[in-house]
Structures are given as structure tokens and as C-alpha cells.
Ligand binder design. Structure first.
Ligand code: AMP
Ligand code: FE
Ligand code: FE
Ligand code: ZN
Length: 287
């Protein structure tokens, strides 16, 4: 069993990189990828630990991009097998993205404060490490009694439909794909079910469009995917000759319903062969 989508506390997970390696070894994972949002800080710390303790650790990243169109959509893009170590130009680009998130955070605090919410940027940033994002805002809002739980904090204050929502500059999907490719990586569409496109024909057309931009694979196996979703995305991957990936999207205590390796209510058991195929496709595309 493998898990190719996990988060550490360097983004919005709760396990430190070292704890995550130990959790992976404890449940007998044969390989794991760390795909923190917009940072390699977790992977960088985990790599020497994984080497010393004998876990096959894959370099990954999860980029928040946006699909520009009639209705703008957030699209999460995974990147695997970037050049080792990840190139300086790519890291510099991630720094720009982080600066845009910091700018959004400052504006979000101002907007919440003007609505009478007592919140300071420093107390939110104290929860984040490399990255402070909306999940950290949710924790502060819950702690201070503005919301009963994280879901309610998003609903009332933080998500796209909430009155205090503040937009963040983020790269387009095509720019994200291009950056991953130029760093030697394989771009993979994360949890496609979250695109929330009801019509399967439109969904497949959109994935086809992203493939034309250089998308190389689809995250077919994911905690949010029901068996019918897995079947649909596996079929699209086969027909479009795209790679198949899979992971739980483990965030530790931040999303307690998701278990490392096995997903939600044991809905995942991803075989090692998925990683072998993914690697093979990445290598053959790079030639
Ligand atoms: P940010 O990148 O700082 O805007 O935060 C985005 C992160 O917040 C995503 O990666 C999710 O983990 C989380 N998130 C976004 N929307 C929701 C939601 N409606 N409920 C819970 N978590 C969310
Ligand atoms: Fe996340
Ligand atoms: Fe995601
Ligand atoms: Zn994720």
C-alpha cells in the first residue's frame, strides 16, 4: 500500500514531517509522497528522516491554481518527481505565491476586523509555519467562539461564498502546469471530483483541455472519490493515455476523518504498481 498525497504542518496538516514518516512506517506504507500546499519545507525536512528509517519518499507539491473562464474555479494541481533537489527558479516562484497569500491574509484580517471580529494576523501566523492559510484562520475563529467548528468558520467567514471572502492572486492552471514541467515534474490533476462539474461530458472536455496544456495525469484514487468517481476517472485516464495517481490527502488532526493510507472509512488501498507506472510515465515523457 502507498499514499501519494499527504500534508505536514508546514502547510495545513498537523503532523510534523518526522511524525508523518513514523506514521507511514507504523502502518506499513511502501512509499509516500508529501504534497504540501505551495511549499517544499515539509519534504525537505522529511527526506533525511525517510532515508535513515527506510521509507521511499516521493517529492511532491500541491499548487492552488485557478481556471480562468466564465465561472472561475480553484484547481489543485499536484506535481511529482521534480528535479532533485527542486530547482531554485521553482522555489523562487513558490516564494512569490506565498507572498501573495500573505498579502491576502493581511486584507482578510482587515476585513474581519472592520466587521467587529477580534483577530490579529500575528495570532493566525503563530499557528502556521511555512504557510499560513485559511485553515489557520478557521482554527483561530473556532478557538475564539466565532464558529462552532472549522466547517462553520469557512461557511460564515472564509469560503468563496462568505461575506468576508478576500480573493488571492493565484497562478492559472496552465501557468502551474508549465512551471511543474519546467522543473522536470509530472503535473497531475488533484481530486478532480472537487471541480464539481456535474455533466461528465463537460468534465472530460475540461480534463482534455488541461491535457493539451501539458497535464500528465489524474488523481484517480482519493478519499473524496466514491467508487463511481474512481471508475469514471480511471476510464478518462485510459482513454486519454494519462497517468493515474492516488492518495488520501491526509491532514492529520486538521481533517480527522481521513486516515493515512486508507482514506475515509477504508475507501483506499493503493497498490505500489500505481507509483511504478507514474514514475515510468514521468521518465518517458522527460526524454
Ligand atoms: P488558502 O490557500 O489559504 O486560501 O486556503 C485554502 C485551503 O483551505 C484549502 O487547501 C483547503 O484545505 C481549505 N479549505 C478551502 N475551502 C474550505 C472549506 N469550504 N471548508 C474547509 N476547508 C476549506
Ligand atoms: Fe489542504
Ligand atoms: Fe487539494
Ligand atoms: Zn491536498
Amino acid at each position: 500500500m502507498i499514499d501519494l498525497h499527504t500534508h505536514t504542518n508546514e502547510s495545513d496538516g498537523s503532523s510534523s514531517p518526522e511524525e508523518l514518516i513514523d506514521q507511514a512506517l507504523a502502518i506499513g506504507l511502501e512509499a509516500m509522497a508529501i504534497c504540501d500546499h505551495d511549499t517544499f519545507a515539509g519534504y525537505d525536512q522529511a527526506l533525511p528522516v525517510a532515508k535513515a528509517r527506510g521509507l521511499d519518499l516521493v517529492c511532491g507539491i500541491e499548487l492552488s491554481t485557478r481556471l480562468v473562464g466564465k465561472t472561475e474555479r480553484a484547481v489543485h494541481l499536484l506535481g511529482y518527481f521534480l528535479h532533485e533537489p527542486p530547482p531554485a527558479a521553482f522555489r523562487a516562484w513558490l516564494n512569490e505565491i506565498q507572498e501573495e497569500r500573505r498579502d491576502r491574509n493581511r486584507r482578510l484580517v482587515a476585513k474581519l476586523k472592520s466587521a467587529g471580529v477580534e483577530i490579529e494576523l500575528a495570532e493566525v501566523e503563530a499557528l502556521g509555519r511555512s504557510l499560513t492559510g485559511r485553515p489557520h484562520f478557521a482554527r483561530v475563529l473556532v478557538r475564539k467562539g466565532y464558529a462552532a467548528n472549522s466547517d462553520e468558520a469557512f461557511e460564515k467567514y472564509l469560503d468563496e461564498a462568505a461575506p468576508y471572502y478576500v480573493e488571492r492572486e493565484s497562478p492559472s492552471v496552465s501557468a502551474g502546469i508549465e512551471k511543474v514541467l519546467s522543473a522536470g515534474g509530472l503535473p497531475v490533476l488533484a481530486h478532480p471530483v472537487r471541480l464539481a462539474i456535474r455533466d461528465p461530458i463537460r468534465e472530460e472536455m475540461l480534463i482534455g483541455e488541461m491535457q493539451a496544456w501539458g497535464l500528465g495525469g489524474i488523481e484517480v484514487f482519493h478519499s473524496d472519490h466514491r467508487p463511481a468517481d474512481v471508475a469514471r476517472y480511471a476510464k478518462i485516464a485510459t482513454e486519454h493515455r494519462m497517468a493515474v495517481s492516488g492518495g488520501s490527502d491526509f491532514h492529520g488532526e486538521a481533517k480527522p476523518q481521513i486516515a493515512l493510507g486508507t482514506g475515509v472509512n477504508n475507501n483506499l488501498k493503493i497498490p505500489r504498481s500505481v507509483l511504478d507506472c507514474l514514475r515510468q510515465i514521468s521518465t518517458s515523457r522527460a526524454r
